[in-house]
Design a protein around this ligand. Sequence first.
Ligand code: B12
Ligand code: SF4
Length: 586
Amino acid sequence: MRILLVYPYFLEARVHEEDVRAMPMGLYTIGAVLKAAGHEVALFNAYGFQGQADRIRALLERFKPEVLGCSILNANRWGGIEIARLAKAIDAGIVTVFGGVGASFLWAHLLRHFPEVDYAVIGEGERTILALLDAIAAGDDVALGKVAGLARRIDGRPRANPCAPPIKDLDRLPNPARYFTYQHLSLTRGCPGACRFCGSPAIWGRNVRFHTATYFVDQLELLVRQGVRFFYFSDDTFTLRKDLVIAVCQEILTRRLPIQWAAISRVDTVDASVLGWMRKAGCIQISYGIESGNREIRAYLNKKIAPADIERAFRLTRRYGILPRAYFIYGSPGESDATIAETLDLIRTIQPLDAIFYVLDIFPGTDLYRDYLARTGQDDDIWLARIEDLMYFETDPQMSADQVRAWGQRLREGFYRLLPDFTAQIDLVDDPEFYPLHADFLSRLGMTFQQGDFARQAVIPNKAQIARRLHERALDYSPDEPRAYLGLALWEQARGAFDQALARAQAGLVRNPASAMLKTCLAVNHMNMGAFDQALSVLAQIEETPDTLGMTIACLEALGRDAEAKDLRPRQQRATLSRANLIEGN
Ligand code: B12
Ligand code: SF4
């Protein structure tokens, strides 16, 4: 069958767009089982297609799916409904199937109110979708009644078959990297935790299942061959089994995969040994859920982590040159100015090098949602409103939106004001094996103050100085580190010291003659100094990108070589377009 798997758009634009732009991992695993079974499958990342019905319609008309599968989170369910509606308007015979956490918890609601949704798949979807398609192809209604995990309308009413048992041996799933290119992947399914705000335990169960290191690294290797170099290990808790994580790291090193990656973990599942291996195998960031500095709020959220573990995990992660990132939740029951101060105290103690602050959100499938329904007498019909989310504070008369917003601002600004001190106090493990990795870590962090996330934060004082110190420290660990030379050259450029910038970039190139980033920096510097001929000769040595082509055009124009510049413009447009398509296709 011809199947189009879609990641629908959200209603609202996001602040951290990079967190929502990527297709959910499940669409790749679903796509892979379908392809392996001989179906024709295409993936469509409709994130960013909000308000573009014509484009979506054109795409549907071109692909002509027999089955449309949408991956639904709570916040993109309206996008899914609208896309299913468009499909049904083109051809009422297109079968629409909704899966994902959103569909798993709201299947009855979706089937009751939205005739454009034919089926919902509850929970783990690989086996259910295959069985569903077999039953549809055979036109066998009895078989439909036996598809585990399937929900549909019977006599107009939503009905669900019993859930599918979890797939025991995850390695039996076809490797999605054989068919697709992506950056998010996971080693595990499930989480032993039971946090009140999280849907994971209800969908995946608390018995964790694991891939083997070989399956996981095979996936990485195939993706590396497709050109992917950066990965997100998006498990609920990547480090649950330390022996397995170490085996993964050793396998990455044995196969010499030139990758870097970020992981998600819990503070009570890391130690020095696992962190050391992770760093050597390319880990640059670990995100830990901390949620609050107030013990009662952590207990309410059922986040069972001890302050000593939090402090230890952050200290060790930093020591191994991995950026420790903390997730916090604010606006929980009992939140007050005093508890926000406690969260800031905890931040001061654990010194995260990045922090994300979310407002407590009530998702279906969580304890928090069950409490909410019991408390208010509401039911799933609340989701008939065109809203993405339901924030806890909206349901608590003791809290106002302004107050919650102010807490968020206090936390973010508080963290950013403390960040310079945290960077000054980074204490790295004194082991020569790690020195080049420390240089990589420090210079990477330095760049975030110059060009990355922190560069945009007005409240962070002395960003340029912090970056300069980090880069200088990086060079103390490894005089080869190209990013540190780049950072220092950029620092000199920013203060108009182009001669010094030139010297920094040239010094870096002596040690890294092939470095494209240093050559680009050198070319920019030549341009700033009006030396356009020299800039052109450097640019000629770098692989062409839309940016380098833009610079070449600017140099040619500055030299009065307008005809040559004009000739290059279509090439630049083509390069920009093909890069945009690449991002969209992912
Ligand atoms: C890793 C993760 C992320 C990562 C990576 C996401 C990615 N690109 O894959 C990051 C940090 C980027 C992230 C971002 C967000 N996340 Co998140 N995330 C998770 C986490 C921990 C694991 C998700 C996962 O990939 N599981 C493994 C794969 C295989 O599962 P899956 O994609 O759900 O697919 C399976 C089934 O659901 C089903 N299925 C899925 N789609 C389809 C489609 C069809 C047609 C069928 C038949 C079946 C099917 O079959 C699949 C295979 O079995 C979960 C918690 C959890 N364990 O579920 C939260 C979770 C999914 N995230 C959540 C949220 C809210 C978000 C954000 C919206 C937050 C934000 N910043 O606004 C964004 C959304 C971005 C996105 N594209 O998913 C919530 C969703 C709650 C809800 N009901 O909507 C969860 C459940 C956590 C929670 N708080 O409860 N997330
Ligand atoms: S928040 Fe993290 S630790 Fe808690 S249940 Fe969800 S996945 Fe597990």
